[in-house]
Design a protein around this ligand. Sequence first.
Ligand code: SF4
Length: 910
Amino acid sequence: MAKTIIESIAQKLRIIPDLDRDVTKGNLEPLRKFPSSDEWHDHIELDANSWPVRIEKKYSLVPTTCFNCESACGLLAYVDKETGQVSKFEGNPDHPGSRGRNCAKGPATINQIQDTERILYPMRRVGERGQGGWERISWDEALDEISTKIRTSLKTGAVDKVVYHVGRPGHEGFMNRVLKAWGVDGHNSHTNICSAGARTGYALWHKHDRPSPDHTNAKVILLTSSHLETGHYFNPHAQRILEGMMDGAKLIVIDPRLSNTAAMADHWLPTWPGSESALFLAWAKMIIERGLYDREFMETQVNWDAWMKAVHPDEPCDFDRFIELLVEEYAEYTPEFAAEECRIPVEQVIEVGEVVASAGTRLCTHVWRSASIGNLGGWQVSRTLHFLNVLTGSVGTEGGTSPNSWSKFKPELFDNPPDPDGWNELHFPPEYTLSHFEMSHILPHLIKDGRGSMDVYFTRVFNPVWTYPDGFSWMEMLQDKEAVGCHIAMTPTWNETAFFADYVLPMGHSAERHDVNSYATSSGKWVAFRQPVLREFARREGREVEFTHEVNPGEVWEEDEFWNELSWRIDDGTMGIRKHFMSPYREGEKITIDEYYQYLFERVPGLPEAAEKEGTDALGYMRKYGAFLIEESTYKKYEEEGWPTPSGKQEFYSETMIEFGYPEHSIPHYRQKSHVHPENLVGENEYCLLPNFRLPQHIHSRSANAKWLVEIAHKNPIWIHPKDARKLGVAEGDLLKIETEIGWFVDKVWVTEGIKPGVVGCSHHIGRWRRNQDAGNRFLTNTVSIEDNGDGKIRMRTVSGIEPWKSDDPDTNRIWWRDGGVHQNITHAVQPDPISGAHCWLQKVKLSRPGEGEEYGDIEVDQQKSFEYYKRWNDWAKERETHPRGERRPLWMKRPLGPRPEHWFITKEE
Ligand code: SF4
């Protein structure tokens, strides 16, 4: 290809290399995308800042993985050999999931590491909890004081009072092992505000509760996701969606909002939120009626016969008859019905349905958050979406969708303590029999309801005061010492929840910690190593390091070593905890972090052999490359493993749903209309608020100190369609008051055709805040005041927006943006779906012009209403509570950290 004029000029100026060179002659090397791994410790490149003087800089490139979303893409840290510090991050070409590529959040790790406001030392509260006073303490003091509190709690015999609540997970099995060693049923997660709806729908089919789409090889890619493909899993999925499309795949996106992915789609269907199941069932009907189903897969892998025997006992149990009856069963799901529910043209339902129906075994579908976590009954979305895969036989195929567990490596750990001897009802209350998983978003409400308390509460990279609905309830709980005896926030950066802690412990960003990762980002199976890069650099340079905090900035530590040390100190020699933290290699000695990973990697299939070929061991291989591909592809594993359901088949018909009190949901249907169905929005100026979409540049709560990301996106206006703007008489930049069930917020209007009429949107990444007395994140936090106005009404006001400040980083004084957005989540009522337990994020809202004294950024919440509203939703679960055979939840369904078998049953006294 001929050079452009710009390239010719750039070449002359030596801004780019000589494009005319003939790499076939002489010893010229071809241009390469990445430095070769053989040269990673001796990498030389020119210093861009010194141009045109050519100054060589020497680097040691150390692989690690990104911590800014779950997918753990590979990063290469460029450690400057002269300064001994990390200069930048690029992609790791040897990581099978990300293959050298990253989204903006990966390289922005350098901003987080160099953040001038980060927490560098362990801190202990001074004054009352939540008042904002802190003092620096040593790790020794922190370990001693915290271990004493845990020991005191454990010695009471309680197994549910020491709790670890995880926001961003990412170290496979480590924490469950620690909690089991302590003997507590103390694992809590953020799943119920994230993926619980999708998980429930998938689990009903085949227990595996996550999908793994094979985008690369698909014929049709069908996405109902405003989450992964625009934010989470963004990079590994996006690159494979593009590959599939370049190979001819059609992309269909279902989303009321024109996401980045929808903008690239062949078909964008802006369906009404919560109506998606009606659409999928209409397409299912088309596939069945036209005989386009995969008979072989259906007949052999699906429990259709159970439905025949139970519902049509007088009919012959014959597959052809099953199909005839299925057509009758789904007669109501006509294209017209779907079009009416979804509020899209019937022609579009039919046209796109034909694309889906023609995909065969290369129909690649995906839903994660989006509608599944938005709506009452959102779990139906994944159940009906997967039905399309079942019908087309595209489950586990090349170009289809597989269960994620086939592609996820589960490490073998050096020691397995016994399961906890008890059941934590604050996490799994008996009325939520099918929840996936812990009912974490109603934790403050359950405690207020008198259903328990906690002695020691760890929040780990977790910020519910800001990310969760009804954040004032979290503040109330965290300030109540009867409810929470001691709160320890483990976080790499200040956040709204850490303001209400007793201890704040600085934990490392991705390049400052150990973790092992494995995620189903493609059809293969890989394992990756997140390692503290300066520790590995020190090792390469021949320096000994005992603990990671010795090489990290300040005294930033990592959790793995912290938990080992803490566990050791909890045990006064009588508790049997220490025996679970002994070296598998050195008799009678405490395990080291290197030994932990040595043991684990020695047991990764194929890794020791690959290491031997390189003249190293398994740990050495992972230190060098950062990742290992275990299997190229994991298709059709059911042929060896079967399906882990009660019937051993894909469960079209779920006896579990009948037994646990939901007989109307025994097969996939659209029986539960969303709480934001148009029937429920009948008041004047009532709209559906879509608050649960991600911006690709942001992490929920850890990007507020990443200046590059914040410069790109820092406000969250209300998206409103031009028709609705006209109806309400508002224009771009005008203020709107958005009233939820429990309060209101005031935001600015953004008029756009990228949102469905009748729906308004607001991103949930922005609106970060701090009070005058709080520190951190000044790139993205408004300064606010919080006033108690009596009668349970709490008002938050923006005192000032974002402002520049002087620091060692000249960029902090160059901040040009002032608007930090609005904290909308705090005005949302909790809405726990009675089946999946998921928080139903979508909100019924009323829009109006703000009244006198109601300014941009103002927020008000009525806490009495919030509790009453919780009770109403909680009652729906209680009304249907039933425990067949005394089972708390179906024994075959997953629960993270399952207690001993006897605790899965409710005893008579309870
Ligand atoms: S998708 Fe982006 S944020 Fe997520 S791990 Fe990859 S680079 Fe990091």
